[in-house]
Design a binder for this molecule. Sequence first.
Ligand SMILES: [Zn+2]
Length: 260
Amino acid sequence: MQSKSPKRPSVSLVKTICLASLFVCCIASQSRAEQLADSIRSRPELGRARQTLIAEQLRKITGWGRLDFDGDGILRPGGAAPSGGSPAARTLLASAMGGKTMLVFEDASGREDVVFCSVAEARWKTPAPDDPRVYLIRVDFADFSHLTGDKAALEAFNVGWGVLHEIEHVVNDSDDPRGKHDLGACETLMNQMRRECGLAERAEYFYSYFPGADEGEVMTKLVRLAFDKLEAGKRRRHWVVWDANLVGGVGGNVTVASSR
Ligand SMILES: [Zn+2]
């Protein structure tokens, strides 16, 4: 895949961000050691509708039919036996939920420096010796709403896949590619999950322009990302398409790139 400015989002490049009042409302009575038992959560400002969207898509991917956020914004698998879905995705989420690092979803809709999703290490406002490491997973829901294209590709590129990609960066320190023609370790694992779900696989990491879309004074800069799926023994290509002027990631000051 091609990009004017290929980015390599990785944990090693993250910025440190002050968490300010992140947990004031929901877990003030918990010690930080206790918080380690609840490793994936959302900021209260994310809201129930967006929690539901994340949970719905993660349920499809993992096969955990009762996975959801609880009233405190903590993501829980729900205890039900999986039905379908990706074993690799369940392994990753279970590892994140039981790990020693805290992951926090944040609504980053409309932010110019977030293209679909990004991850950044955060710090506690008042540090303590036993503090867990904390990573903010920012989700630009508005970016995902601008997606169009083939149904098979859209099923393989949504908020659920975006947050799993970022979780994989943190849990396994997987990297994104440096070269145009590489997929990277992180998306290679995402493709294993897509195969296990019977979905199309991402064929490239960096998006490409539609022919002519990066020339002249056009009002839109349509870009596309390729996904492949075996159908009746033949590989068929499907596309996710968006206007990079709306989503971002074209030149400028984007620090973390397309879902990535
Ligand atoms: Zn990445």
